[in-house]
Design a binder for this molecule. Sequence first.
Ligand SMILES: CCCCCCCCCCCCCCCCCCCCCCCCCCCC(=O)SCCNC(=O)CCNC(=O)[C@H](O)C(C)(C)COP(=O)(O)OP(=O)(O)OC[C@H]1O[C@@H](n2cnc3c(N)ncnc32)[C@H](O)[C@@H]1OP(=O)(O)O
Ligand SMILES: NC(=O)C1=CN([C@@H]2O[C@H](COP(=O)(O)OP(=O)(O)OC[C@H]3O[C@@H](n4cnc5c(N)ncnc54)[C@H](OP(=O)(O)O)[C@@H]3O)[C@@H](O)[C@H]2O)C=CC1
Length: 502
Amino acid sequence: MSMIAAFYSSKSILITGATGFLGKVLMEKLFRTSPDLKIIYILVRPKAGQTLQQRVFQILNSKLFEKVKEICPDVHEKIRPISADLNQHDFGISKEDMEELLSSTNVIFHCAATVRFDDPLRHAVQLNVTATQQLLFMASQMPKLEAFIHLSTAFSNCNLQHIDEVIYPCSVEPKKIIDSMEWLDDAIIDEITPKLIGDRPNTYTYTKALGEIVVQQEGANMNVAIIRPSIVGATWQEPFPGWVDNLNGPSGMIIAAGKGFLRSIKATPLAIADLIPADTVINLTLAAGWYTAVHRPKSTLIYHCTSGNLNPCNWLKMGLHVLETFEKVPFEKAFRRPKANFTTTSFTNHYWNAVSHRAPAVIYDIYLRLTGRKPRVTKLMNRMLRMLSMLEYFVNHSWEWSTHNTEMLMSMLSPEDQRMFNFDVRQLNWLEYIENYVLGVKKYLLKEDMAGIPEARQHLKRLRNIHYLFNVALFLIIWRLLIARWQMARNIWFFISSLHTL
Ligand SMILES: CCCCCCCCCCCCCCCCCCCCCCCCCCCC(=O)SCCNC(=O)CCNC(=O)[C@H](O)C(C)(C)COP(=O)(O)OP(=O)(O)OC[C@H]1O[C@@H](n2cnc3c(N)ncnc32)[C@H](O)[C@@H]1OP(=O)(O)O
Ligand SMILES: NC(=O)C1=CN([C@@H]2O[C@H](COP(=O)(O)OP(=O)(O)OC[C@H]3O[C@@H](n4cnc5c(N)ncnc54)[C@H](OP(=O)(O)O)[C@@H]3O)[C@@H](O)[C@H]2O)C=CC1
């Protein structure tokens, strides 16, 4: 019997961020491996016109939960959505709900966060720091609490090159930052943001670092652990390979490349592409929850959930695998043929952005206008370039993350748990993983049917022919202009013609 699965059976578990990418994978695994768990409380806000119940219904009826519904048919009864907005005081939780949470919760998984790179500091602090502080305050009033697991990111200290499984101090104490957000106005916050974030690339990584300090300070008397995943990608094995449901990180870029939008990217080809599958992150998270509650380590343990030091893959290898997979499973209705390369200098990057990104978008929009349709490609292209510029930092640096705690945890698991809650990335075959990832993007994000592949291939052939025709036409126009204006060109032309008549 799995010790981890047995631990979560009969437990009341509180999850924040359960509607997010990792939150869903976490819930799914919990229900699948511990169907006897007592209840999962999830803090959810109404969104996009949907009530809490509608949001939960949608999640449980998604493909991700198909296996769970077989194993645990009463899963609907075991999820208790609690109306909560982490931006509000006390999360806006009703008194009755709060009482139930405080008296029953055994384990907390704190996954909620803003993962946007461009969030204003005030908002990022509110969600990634203040809400974490409030949740810890709630946790401190829970008599039955056995473990508090906080999801952070391996990039919280991305200003360093070698990162250990420790919490690093920030120049300003989180409490001071939280206080100052209350009385500083937005204009001043915007002005001091670059100074505060220093050599980190965005407010996301900075506020996640502050959040960790808060966890260490406020969670000193609790059983607390921090998980630091690197770049989370589609699932590797469970509940099935290739599941992904948002555009963050590489997923959006895979779509952009497969649809022929992304043709070049400023990246360091040999830098490590530290991807980690979502199910690996969740297996480690659940194992850490068990270890923290049962073994009660004396200090807050931090677990790096990264692939680079155990099974490295670089961006060149990854990019090539992605492109190779497009040959087998092309995406439908591509804008151009998927073909991309890396640029390594700002000059070549600007050049290829102009030639391969902006120019085709403008030309296509002119064509749409001429045919009476609404131009839309330049807007899409600008959005992709903005996203690309935000990701650039992460594809041009390499980091070394030590993984002593993670390896220690692996060694503490029984052989059954090592199999059931596998987070050993050394077993990951990148080629196979990337193929499944691209396939998953096609199926679960783009909702494209495999039956459409022959048509997608035909479309790519048409694009290739258009490309050749376009190049020939361009060549003829340029040649014609040269002949009209340049004597030397005329001479070459006459020379070639005379060769022909010989
Ligand atoms: C010879 C050599 C050959 C070699 C060949 C090589 C070829 C290479 C090409 C191969 C293919 C590529 C394969 C790999 C690519 C590498 C990519 C690099 C990935 C690196 C990722 C590093 C991330 C690491 C960070 C740490 C991880 C974390 O901790 S958190 C998770 C990461 N967080 C994010 O990713 C969030 C980022 N997003 C944002 O910050 C914002 O969304 C934004 C600033 C980008 C946009 O904000 P904006 O307000 O403008 O828009 P928004 O309201 O958010 O959305 C508007 C619409 O856009 C859609 N959208 C949102 N995000 C994306 C996206 N990522 N991609 C595409 N579209 C996106 C969104 O749905 C909205 O759509 P509508 O609703 O329809 O309007
Ligand atoms: N994905 C990645 O690449 C990585 C993620 N991480 C960390 O993992 C954790 C989970 O990330 P991921 O699942 O990808 O993120 P998502 O963006 O997919 O999910 C974020 C979750 O937080 C919830 N949330 C946001 N704001 C509020 C709010 N005001 N009140 C209540 N809930 C809120 C969202 O709810 P709603 O659905 O209502 O918006 C959603 O459930 C985060 O802590 C992140 O920092 C770390 C490394 C990499």
